[in-house]
Design a protein around this ligand. Sequence first.
Ligand code: HAM
Length: 431
Amino acid sequence: MSKPQKFKTLRGFRDFPPEDLQRREYLFSVFRSAAERFGYREYDGPPLEALELYTDKSGDEIVDQLYAFTDKGGREVALRPEMTPSLARILADRSRSLPKPIRWFSIPQLFRYERTQKGRLREHFQWNVDLVGEDAIDADAEILAVALTALRDLGLGPDRIRARISDRRLLAALLGAKGLDPETHEGAYRIIDKVEREGRDRAVERFGTELGVAESLAGEILELLELSDPAELRSLAPDASPLEEAIVEVEALLEVARDLGFGEYLSFDLTIVRGLAYYTGPVFEIFDRAGEYRAICGGGRYDSLLERVGGEALPAVGFGMGDVVVGELLDELDLLPDLEPRVDYFIVSITGEERALGRRIAASLRARGHSVALPLRDGSVGKQFKAAASEGAAQVIILGPDEVGRGEGVIRSMADGREETVALDTLTGEE
Ligand code: HAM
Protein backbone atom coordinates (compact mmCIF):
# COMPACT_ATOMS: atom_id res chain seq x y z
CA MET A 1 0.00 0.00 0.00
CA SER A 2 1.35 3.44 -0.85
CA LYS A 3 1.99 5.80 2.06
CA PRO A 4 -1.06 8.03 2.69
CA GLN A 5 -0.50 11.64 1.72
CA LYS A 6 -0.19 14.04 4.65
CA PHE A 7 -1.87 17.41 4.38
CA LYS A 8 -0.76 20.62 6.02
CA THR A 9 -2.52 23.97 6.16
CA LEU A 10 -1.75 26.12 3.14
CA ARG A 11 1.03 28.64 3.70
CA GLY A 12 -0.27 31.65 5.58
CA PHE A 13 -3.38 29.86 6.86
CA ARG A 14 -3.99 28.72 10.41
CA ASP A 15 -5.75 25.93 12.25
CA PHE A 16 -7.45 26.87 15.47
CA PRO A 17 -7.27 23.96 17.91
CA PRO A 18 -9.38 24.72 21.01
CA GLU A 19 -6.68 26.56 22.97
CA ASP A 20 -5.97 28.85 19.98
CA LEU A 21 -9.65 29.35 19.33
CA GLN A 22 -10.15 30.25 22.96
CA ARG A 23 -7.42 32.85 22.64
CA ARG A 24 -9.03 34.21 19.47
CA GLU A 25 -12.40 34.35 21.20
CA TYR A 26 -10.81 36.23 24.08
CA LEU A 27 -9.56 38.89 21.64
CA PHE A 28 -12.96 39.05 19.96
CA SER A 29 -14.73 39.43 23.31
CA VAL A 30 -12.53 42.44 24.13
CA PHE A 31 -13.19 43.90 20.65
CA ARG A 32 -16.94 43.40 21.01
CA SER A 33 -17.05 44.85 24.48
CA ALA A 34 -15.19 48.00 23.40
CA ALA A 35 -17.42 48.53 20.34
CA GLU A 36 -20.59 47.97 22.31
CA ARG A 37 -19.55 50.46 25.00
CA PHE A 38 -19.51 53.11 22.27
CA GLY A 39 -22.93 52.01 20.97
CA TYR A 40 -21.82 50.06 17.85
CA ARG A 41 -23.84 47.12 16.52
CA GLU A 42 -22.39 44.00 14.94
CA TYR A 43 -23.02 43.04 11.29
CA ASP A 44 -21.53 40.60 8.80
CA GLY A 45 -21.55 39.93 5.06
CA PRO A 46 -20.51 37.15 2.68
CA PRO A 47 -16.83 36.11 2.36
CA LEU A 48 -17.11 36.02 -1.45
CA GLU A 49 -17.90 39.18 -3.41
CA ALA A 50 -17.93 40.38 -7.03
CA LEU A 51 -14.35 41.08 -8.14
CA GLU A 52 -15.20 44.61 -9.35
CA LEU A 53 -16.07 45.63 -5.81
CA TYR A 54 -12.31 45.73 -5.20
CA THR A 55 -10.64 46.41 -8.53
CA ASP A 56 -11.13 50.16 -8.59
CA LYS A 57 -11.96 50.89 -4.95
CA SER A 58 -9.28 49.33 -2.81
CA GLY A 59 -5.96 50.37 -4.39
CA ASP A 60 -3.33 48.44 -6.34
CA GLU A 61 -1.63 46.79 -3.39
CA ILE A 62 -4.72 44.88 -2.27
CA VAL A 63 -5.88 44.13 -5.80
CA ASP A 64 -2.55 42.42 -6.51
CA GLN A 65 -3.16 40.23 -3.48
CA LEU A 66 -6.68 39.12 -4.30
CA TYR A 67 -7.79 35.51 -4.20
CA ALA A 68 -9.92 35.82 -7.32
CA PHE A 69 -11.43 33.26 -9.68
CA THR A 70 -14.23 32.70 -12.15
CA ASP A 71 -17.10 30.81 -10.53
CA LYS A 72 -19.07 28.03 -12.23
CA GLY A 73 -21.54 30.61 -13.54
CA GLY A 74 -18.77 32.56 -15.26
CA ARG A 75 -18.83 35.38 -12.70
CA GLU A 76 -15.55 37.02 -11.65
CA VAL A 77 -15.43 36.77 -7.85
CA ALA A 78 -12.94 37.36 -5.03
CA LEU A 79 -12.58 36.34 -1.40
CA ARG A 80 -12.91 39.53 0.59
CA PRO A 81 -9.47 41.05 1.28
CA GLU A 82 -11.00 43.82 3.43
CA MET A 83 -14.43 44.67 4.80
CA THR A 84 -14.83 48.32 3.86
CA PRO A 85 -16.08 47.79 0.26
CA SER A 86 -18.61 45.21 1.56
CA LEU A 87 -19.78 47.67 4.20
CA ALA A 88 -20.20 50.35 1.53
CA ARG A 89 -22.15 47.91 -0.64
CA ILE A 90 -24.40 46.79 2.24
CA LEU A 91 -25.12 50.39 3.21
CA ALA A 92 -25.71 51.48 -0.38
CA ASP A 93 -28.85 49.36 -0.16
CA ARG A 94 -29.97 50.28 3.33
CA SER A 95 -28.56 53.56 4.57
CA ARG A 96 -31.55 55.65 3.48
CA SER A 97 -33.78 53.88 5.95
CA LEU A 98 -31.29 54.01 8.82
CA PRO A 99 -31.01 56.78 11.42
CA LYS A 100 -27.64 58.57 11.21
CA PRO A 101 -24.97 58.27 12.27
CA ILE A 102 -24.66 54.55 11.64
CA ARG A 103 -22.35 52.83 14.13
CA TRP A 104 -21.50 49.32 12.96
CA PHE A 105 -18.75 46.79 13.66
CA SER A 106 -17.78 43.39 12.35
CA ILE A 107 -15.06 40.72 12.79
CA PRO A 108 -14.72 39.11 9.34
CA GLN A 109 -12.09 36.66 8.19
CA LEU A 110 -10.17 38.24 5.30
CA PHE A 111 -7.92 36.79 2.61
CA ARG A 112 -4.90 38.40 0.97
CA TYR A 113 -2.23 36.60 -1.00
CA GLU A 114 0.63 38.30 0.84
CA ARG A 115 4.26 37.39 1.17
CA THR A 116 3.93 35.70 4.55
CA GLN A 117 6.08 37.16 7.29
CA LYS A 118 5.88 38.16 10.93
CA GLY A 119 2.51 39.85 11.38
CA ARG A 120 1.29 39.06 7.88
CA LEU A 121 -0.59 35.92 6.89
CA ARG A 122 -2.85 35.03 3.98
CA GLU A 123 -5.94 34.98 6.14
CA HIS A 124 -6.65 37.00 9.22
CA PHE A 125 -9.58 38.15 11.27
CA GLN A 126 -10.04 41.89 11.27
CA TRP A 127 -12.11 43.87 13.70
CA ASN A 128 -13.75 46.64 11.65
CA VAL A 129 -15.44 49.59 13.33
CA ASP A 130 -17.07 52.25 11.15
CA LEU A 131 -19.08 55.39 11.78
CA VAL A 132 -21.10 56.47 8.76
CA GLY A 133 -23.08 59.66 8.18
CA GLU A 134 -21.12 62.17 10.25
CA ASP A 135 -18.29 64.36 9.01
CA ALA A 136 -17.58 66.23 12.25
CA ILE A 137 -14.07 65.65 13.60
CA ASP A 138 -15.59 64.16 16.78
CA ALA A 139 -16.47 61.11 14.66
CA ASP A 140 -12.81 60.55 13.73
CA ALA A 141 -11.79 60.96 17.37
CA GLU A 142 -14.49 58.52 18.50
CA ILE A 143 -13.26 55.89 16.05
CA LEU A 144 -9.71 56.31 17.32
CA ALA A 145 -10.98 56.05 20.89
CA VAL A 146 -12.81 52.75 20.18
CA ALA A 147 -9.58 51.20 18.85
CA LEU A 148 -7.52 52.47 21.78
CA THR A 149 -10.14 51.37 24.31
CA ALA A 150 -9.81 47.75 23.17
CA LEU A 151 -6.01 47.91 23.16
CA ARG A 152 -6.00 49.46 26.64
CA ASP A 153 -8.38 46.71 27.84
CA LEU A 154 -5.94 44.15 26.47
CA GLY A 155 -3.26 45.65 28.69
CA LEU A 156 -1.47 47.77 26.07
CA GLY A 157 -0.94 51.15 27.69
CA PRO A 158 0.62 54.29 26.18
CA ASP A 159 4.04 52.98 27.24
CA ARG A 160 3.58 50.09 24.81
CA ILE A 161 1.73 51.52 21.82
CA ARG A 162 1.13 54.78 20.03
CA ALA A 163 -1.38 56.05 17.51
CA ARG A 164 0.29 57.86 14.63
CA ILE A 165 -2.08 60.39 13.14
CA SER A 166 -1.96 62.17 9.82
CA ASP A 167 -4.39 63.71 7.37
CA ARG A 168 -4.46 63.20 3.63
CA ARG A 169 -5.94 66.67 3.11
CA LEU A 170 -3.15 68.19 5.17
CA LEU A 171 -0.56 66.26 3.19
CA ALA A 172 -2.16 67.34 -0.10
CA ALA A 173 -2.25 70.97 1.04
CA LEU A 174 1.35 70.76 2.14
CA LEU A 175 2.47 69.28 -1.17
CA GLY A 176 0.42 71.97 -2.92
CA ALA A 177 2.04 74.69 -0.80
CA LYS A 178 5.42 73.30 -1.86
CA GLY A 179 4.43 73.63 -5.51
CA LEU A 180 3.65 69.99 -6.34
CA ASP A 181 0.87 69.47 -8.89
CA PRO A 182 -2.23 67.59 -7.68
CA GLU A 183 -1.50 64.91 -10.33
CA THR A 184 1.74 64.06 -8.60
CA HIS A 185 0.17 63.66 -5.15
CA GLU A 186 -0.78 59.97 -5.49
CA GLY A 187 2.78 59.22 -6.54
CA ALA A 188 4.12 61.30 -3.64
CA TYR A 189 1.89 59.38 -1.18
CA ARG A 190 3.33 56.11 -2.43
CA ILE A 191 6.86 57.34 -1.79
CA ILE A 192 6.02 58.83 1.61
CA ASP A 193 4.24 55.62 2.62
CA LYS A 194 7.55 53.79 2.20
CA VAL A 195 9.95 56.39 3.71
CA GLU A 196 10.15 54.55 6.98
CA ARG A 197 11.05 51.23 5.37
CA GLU A 198 13.15 52.45 2.43
CA GLY A 199 14.96 55.36 4.08
CA ARG A 200 15.22 59.06 3.34
CA ASP A 201 17.85 58.85 0.59
CA ARG A 202 15.80 56.41 -1.41
CA ALA A 203 12.73 58.66 -1.01
CA VAL A 204 14.65 61.68 -2.35
CA GLU A 205 15.83 59.58 -5.27
CA ARG A 206 12.29 58.37 -6.01
CA PHE A 207 10.88 61.92 -5.83
CA GLY A 208 13.41 62.76 -8.55
CA THR A 209 13.00 59.78 -10.86
CA GLU A 210 9.26 59.18 -10.47
CA LEU A 211 7.95 62.74 -10.10
CA GLY A 212 10.73 64.98 -11.40
CA VAL A 213 11.03 66.77 -8.04
CA ALA A 214 14.41 68.43 -7.45
CA GLU A 215 16.57 66.95 -4.72
CA SER A 216 16.51 70.09 -2.55
CA LEU A 217 12.71 70.35 -2.70
CA ALA A 218 12.30 66.64 -1.95
CA GLY A 219 14.61 67.13 1.04
CA GLU A 220 12.53 70.08 2.28
CA ILE A 221 9.30 68.09 1.97
CA LEU A 222 10.75 65.12 3.84
CA GLU A 223 11.96 67.45 6.59
CA LEU A 224 8.45 68.88 7.01
CA LEU A 225 7.07 65.36 7.32
CA GLU A 226 9.20 64.90 10.42
CA LEU A 227 7.47 67.69 12.37
CA SER A 228 5.63 66.37 15.39
CA ASP A 229 3.34 69.35 15.99
CA PRO A 230 0.90 70.47 13.28
CA ALA A 231 1.21 74.09 14.51
CA GLU A 232 4.79 74.13 13.22
CA LEU A 233 3.41 74.05 9.68
CA ARG A 234 1.58 77.37 10.22
CA SER A 235 4.47 79.46 8.88
CA LEU A 236 3.73 77.90 5.47
CA ALA A 237 -0.01 78.45 5.67
CA PRO A 238 -1.62 81.79 4.83
CA ASP A 239 -4.93 82.47 6.60
CA ALA A 240 -7.91 80.61 5.11
CA SER A 241 -5.64 78.50 2.89
CA PRO A 242 -6.40 74.79 2.49
CA LEU A 243 -3.29 74.10 4.55
CA GLU A 244 -4.47 76.32 7.42
CA GLU A 245 -7.89 74.58 7.37
CA ALA A 246 -6.26 71.16 7.41
CA ILE A 247 -4.01 72.14 10.33
CA VAL A 248 -7.04 73.30 12.30
CA GLU A 249 -8.76 69.98 11.55
CA VAL A 250 -5.88 67.83 12.78
CA GLU A 251 -5.45 69.96 15.88
CA ALA A 252 -9.15 69.52 16.63
CA LEU A 253 -8.89 65.76 16.16
CA LEU A 254 -5.99 65.56 18.60
CA GLU A 255 -7.84 67.72 21.11
CA VAL A 256 -11.06 65.70 21.03
CA ALA A 257 -9.11 62.42 21.30
CA ARG A 258 -7.33 63.89 24.34
CA ASP A 259 -10.70 64.73 25.93
CA LEU A 260 -11.78 61.14 25.33
CA GLY A 261 -8.84 60.01 27.49
CA PHE A 262 -6.20 58.98 24.99
CA GLY A 263 -3.82 61.96 24.90
CA GLU A 264 -0.81 59.91 25.94
CA TYR A 265 -1.18 57.58 22.97
CA LEU A 266 -1.23 60.21 20.23
CA SER A 267 1.48 61.40 17.91
CA PHE A 268 1.15 63.58 14.84
CA ASP A 269 3.01 61.87 12.02
CA LEU A 270 2.76 62.91 8.39
CA THR A 271 4.58 59.82 7.16
CA ILE A 272 1.38 57.83 7.77
CA VAL A 273 -0.41 57.76 4.41
CA ARG A 274 -2.23 54.37 4.31
CA GLY A 275 -2.07 52.14 1.27
CA LEU A 276 -5.77 52.13 0.43
CA ALA A 277 -7.08 54.41 -2.27
CA TYR A 278 -10.33 55.59 -0.70
CA TYR A 279 -9.11 57.68 2.26
CA THR A 280 -9.95 61.37 1.99
CA GLY A 281 -9.06 63.00 5.34
CA PRO A 282 -7.54 62.08 8.69
CA VAL A 283 -5.80 58.69 8.71
CA PHE A 284 -4.11 56.80 11.51
CA GLU A 285 -2.16 53.68 12.34
CA ILE A 286 -1.37 52.18 15.70
CA PHE A 287 2.07 50.64 16.32
CA ASP A 288 4.02 49.14 19.20
CA ARG A 289 6.34 51.78 20.67
CA ALA A 290 9.47 49.72 20.05
CA GLY A 291 8.61 49.64 16.35
CA GLU A 292 9.24 45.90 16.09
CA TYR A 293 5.89 44.92 14.65
CA ARG A 294 3.80 45.77 11.62
CA ALA A 295 0.80 48.06 12.15
CA ILE A 296 -1.63 46.78 14.78
CA CYS A 297 -4.46 48.76 13.28
CA GLY A 298 -5.16 51.25 10.53
CA GLY A 299 -8.02 53.45 9.50
CA GLY A 300 -9.25 56.84 8.54
CA ARG A 301 -11.90 58.94 6.85
CA TYR A 302 -13.32 57.89 3.47
CA ASP A 303 -16.02 60.33 2.46
CA SER A 304 -16.69 59.27 -1.13
CA LEU A 305 -16.69 55.46 -1.10
CA LEU A 306 -20.39 54.94 -0.42
CA GLU A 307 -21.37 57.15 -3.31
CA ARG A 308 -18.88 55.36 -5.54
CA VAL A 309 -20.60 52.03 -4.96
CA GLY A 310 -23.95 53.54 -5.87
CA GLY A 311 -25.15 54.53 -2.43
CA GLU A 312 -26.17 57.69 -0.64
CA ALA A 313 -23.33 60.23 -0.50
CA LEU A 314 -22.41 59.74 3.13
CA PRO A 315 -19.21 60.65 4.96
CA ALA A 316 -17.58 57.74 6.77
CA VAL A 317 -14.68 56.94 9.06
CA GLY A 318 -13.44 53.65 10.46
CA PHE A 319 -10.57 51.29 11.13
CA GLY A 320 -9.53 47.68 10.84
CA MET A 321 -7.51 45.85 13.51
CA GLY A 322 -6.18 42.40 12.68
CA ASP A 323 -5.88 39.55 15.15
CA VAL A 324 -2.32 38.61 14.11
CA VAL A 325 -0.09 41.51 15.16
CA VAL A 326 -1.96 42.22 18.37
CA GLY A 327 -1.80 38.49 19.21
CA GLU A 328 1.97 38.41 18.66
CA LEU A 329 2.45 41.51 20.79
CA LEU A 330 0.30 40.19 23.65
CA ASP A 331 2.19 36.91 23.49
CA GLU A 332 5.55 38.61 23.72
CA LEU A 333 4.44 40.75 26.67
CA ASP A 334 2.76 37.77 28.33
CA LEU A 335 -0.51 39.67 28.46
CA LEU A 336 -2.78 36.83 27.35
CA PRO A 337 -4.76 35.43 30.27
CA ASP A 338 -4.38 31.72 31.05
CA LEU A 339 -7.27 30.19 29.22
CA GLU A 340 -7.65 26.72 30.67
CA PRO A 341 -10.42 24.28 29.78
CA ARG A 342 -13.18 24.43 32.37
CA VAL A 343 -16.30 22.53 33.33
CA ASP A 344 -18.42 23.12 36.41
CA TYR A 345 -18.57 19.46 37.49
CA PHE A 346 -16.92 16.10 36.91
CA ILE A 347 -18.72 13.05 38.29
CA VAL A 348 -16.62 10.32 39.88
CA SER A 349 -18.11 6.89 40.43
CA ILE A 350 -16.19 4.97 43.13
CA THR A 351 -17.18 1.39 42.19
CA GLY A 352 -18.50 1.88 38.67
CA GLU A 353 -21.97 0.86 39.93
CA GLU A 354 -22.87 4.53 40.42
CA ARG A 355 -22.32 5.51 36.78
CA ALA A 356 -26.01 5.26 35.84
CA LEU A 357 -26.88 7.60 38.72
CA GLY A 358 -24.03 9.84 37.56
CA ARG A 359 -25.58 10.07 34.10
CA ARG A 360 -28.94 11.11 35.58
CA ILE A 361 -27.26 13.78 37.73
CA ALA A 362 -25.29 15.03 34.69
CA ALA A 363 -28.48 15.24 32.61
CA SER A 364 -30.24 17.22 35.32
CA LEU A 365 -27.33 19.61 35.92
CA ARG A 366 -26.92 20.24 32.18
CA ALA A 367 -30.65 20.93 31.87
CA ARG A 368 -30.14 23.56 34.56
CA GLY A 369 -27.32 25.18 32.55
CA HIS A 370 -24.21 23.67 34.16
CA SER A 371 -21.34 22.07 32.27
CA VAL A 372 -20.62 18.51 33.33
CA ALA A 373 -18.06 15.92 32.20
CA LEU A 374 -18.47 12.19 32.89
CA PRO A 375 -16.16 9.20 32.62
CA LEU A 376 -17.36 7.19 29.63
CA ARG A 377 -16.21 3.83 30.98
CA ASP A 378 -15.25 2.20 34.29
CA GLY A 379 -11.86 3.27 35.60
CA SER A 380 -9.90 3.62 38.85
CA VAL A 381 -10.76 6.48 41.15
CA GLY A 382 -7.25 7.88 40.61
CA LYS A 383 -7.76 7.93 36.85
CA GLN A 384 -11.12 9.62 37.24
CA PHE A 385 -9.61 12.39 39.37
CA LYS A 386 -6.88 12.87 36.80
CA ALA A 387 -9.54 13.21 34.12
CA ALA A 388 -11.41 15.71 36.34
CA ALA A 389 -8.23 17.80 36.56
CA SER A 390 -7.56 17.72 32.82
CA GLU A 391 -11.17 18.71 32.09
CA GLY A 392 -10.59 21.70 34.38
CA ALA A 393 -13.48 20.73 36.68
CA ALA A 394 -14.24 23.30 39.35
CA GLN A 395 -15.98 20.67 41.49
CA VAL A 396 -16.10 16.90 41.58
CA ILE A 397 -19.24 15.04 42.55
CA ILE A 398 -18.15 11.81 44.27
CA LEU A 399 -20.67 8.96 44.24
CA GLY A 400 -19.61 6.16 46.61
CA PRO A 401 -21.72 3.11 47.65
CA ASP A 402 -22.09 4.14 51.31
CA GLU A 403 -23.18 7.71 50.64
CA VAL A 404 -25.44 6.70 47.76
CA GLY A 405 -26.99 4.09 50.10
CA ARG A 406 -27.87 6.97 52.42
CA GLY A 407 -29.27 9.04 49.54
CA GLU A 408 -26.26 11.35 49.48
CA GLY A 409 -23.29 12.38 47.36
CA VAL A 410 -20.17 14.41 48.14
CA ILE A 411 -19.12 17.58 46.30
CA ARG A 412 -15.42 18.37 46.47
CA SER A 413 -13.98 21.71 45.44
CA MET A 414 -10.94 21.16 43.26
CA ALA A 415 -9.50 24.50 44.34
CA ASP A 416 -9.22 23.85 48.08
CA GLY A 417 -10.30 20.22 48.58
CA ARG A 418 -13.20 21.25 50.77
CA GLU A 419 -16.06 18.73 50.79
CA GLU A 420 -19.76 19.05 51.32
CA THR A 421 -22.41 16.32 51.57
CA VAL A 422 -25.53 16.89 49.44
CA ALA A 423 -28.81 15.02 49.06
CA LEU A 424 -28.96 13.08 45.77
CA ASP A 425 -32.43 14.53 45.15
CA THR A 426 -30.87 17.96 44.98
CA LEU A 427 -28.36 16.73 42.40
CA THR A 428 -30.89 14.87 40.26
CA GLY A 429 -33.34 17.74 40.56
CA GLU A 430 -35.99 15.41 41.95
CA GLU A 431 -36.44 17.08 45.38
P1 HAM B 1 -5.51 47.68 6.34
O1 HAM B 1 -4.48 48.65 6.82
O2 HAM B 1 -5.29 47.04 5.04
O3 HAM B 1 -6.90 48.44 6.37
O4 HAM B 1 -5.66 46.56 7.44
C1 HAM B 1 -5.97 46.90 8.77
C2 HAM B 1 -5.22 46.00 9.74
O5 HAM B 1 -5.48 44.63 9.43
C3 HAM B 1 -3.69 46.09 9.67
O6 HAM B 1 -3.21 47.15 10.45
C4 HAM B 1 -3.28 44.74 10.26
O7 HAM B 1 -3.44 44.73 11.68
C5 HAM B 1 -4.36 43.82 9.71
N1 HAM B 1 -3.92 43.13 8.49
C6 HAM B 1 -4.01 43.54 7.22
N2 HAM B 1 -3.49 42.62 6.38
C7 HAM B 1 -3.07 41.59 7.14
C8 HAM B 1 -2.47 40.31 6.87
N3 HAM B 1 -2.19 39.91 5.63
N4 HAM B 1 -2.18 39.50 7.92
C9 HAM B 1 -2.46 39.88 9.17
N5 HAM B 1 -3.04 41.06 9.48
C10 HAM B 1 -3.34 41.90 8.49
C11 HAM B 1 -8.08 47.94 5.90
O8 HAM B 1 -8.23 46.79 5.57
C12 HAM B 1 -9.21 48.94 5.93
N6 HAM B 1 -10.35 48.37 5.19
C13 HAM B 1 -9.57 49.31 7.35
C14 HAM B 1 -10.71 50.26 7.45
C15 HAM B 1 -11.95 50.00 7.95
N7 HAM B 1 -10.70 51.53 7.07
C16 HAM B 1 -11.89 52.08 7.30
N8 HAM B 1 -12.65 51.14 7.85
